[in-house]
Write a new protein. Structure first.
Length: 227
């Protein structure tokens, strides 16, 4: 058991760590609590998680700023087209100036990022709850998306990833059943599609997988004359 544990947890699992940080009940506290037990170099692993978080957040922030610039540009062109104005025409009121000011403010970055503010806040606890009661982290981010405009998008994408409880050995053995000597040239996308389609068909039609030993040899090797 110790050998298997070291095999799968010998290195920092960034995706799982980031997902736990984006759960408002844990933030960085769970990582800081568990990593000293899991890893000898826990400080380096904790630093790696933080760096990955900020790097990922920076990418989402750049995408958000790009979308804001594009939307404001399109909105300005649409307003002028509706009102029949050309580039040298002004609306003659303070509303246009106020609109331009809002666009500038939306693109300004505060001294502290949303991620820094999120990590500095206390962990979330509902009144009367002390254990691991049912909690919808995605719903919490949906409620707080106006406060964390960028971070909520990042949390949505990370927390929406389905976690599989299937052992990795089962995944590799499934690949071996698909890629036999007659299918050794299949591409990775084709193999993935074969596995998914087979799983979907079994689920839709209620077909249960059977071991090869349960089938007669005539079914497995019809070309063989068993008489």
């Amino acid at each position: 058991m110790k050998e298997k544990f070291d095999k799968y947890w010998g290195e920092c699992h960034l995706v799982m760590a980031i997902a736990s940080v984006l759960d408002p009940r844990f933030r960085m506290k769970l990582v800081e609590f568990c990593f000293p037990t899991l890893y000898q170099n826990s400080d380096e692993n904790i630093k790696e998680v933080k760096n990955a978080l900020y790097e990922m957040y920076s990418e989402y922030l750049e995408t958000h700023d790009t979308l804001v610039r594009e939307s404001t540009t399109h909105a300005s062109e649409h307003e002028r087209n509706v009102l029949g104005l050309n580039e040298g025409t002004s609306l003659g009121s303070g509303w246009e100036a106020f609109g331009e000011f809002i666009k500038t403010v939306d693109l300004e970055r505060p001294e502290k990022s949303e991620l820094s503010m999120y990590l500095e806040e206390d962990v979330y606890r509902e009144k009367g709850q002390t254990g691991m009661e049912s909690f919808d982290a995605l719903e919490w981010w949906n409620v707080h998306k106006l406060k964390y405009r960028v971070l909520s998008l990042m949390a949505r994408d990370v927390l929406a990833i389905s976690i599989s409880t299937v052992a990795s050995e089962a995944t590799f053995s499934a690949g071996g059943r698909v890629i036999d000597p007659y299918r050794a040239s299949l591409g990775s996308d084709t193999v993935q599609m074969l596995i998914c389609v087979g799983y979907w068909i079994r689920q839709v039609h209620g077909v249960k997988k059977k071991l090869k030993e349960e089938f007669p040899i005539e079914v497995l090797l019809p070309e063989v004359n068993t008489k």
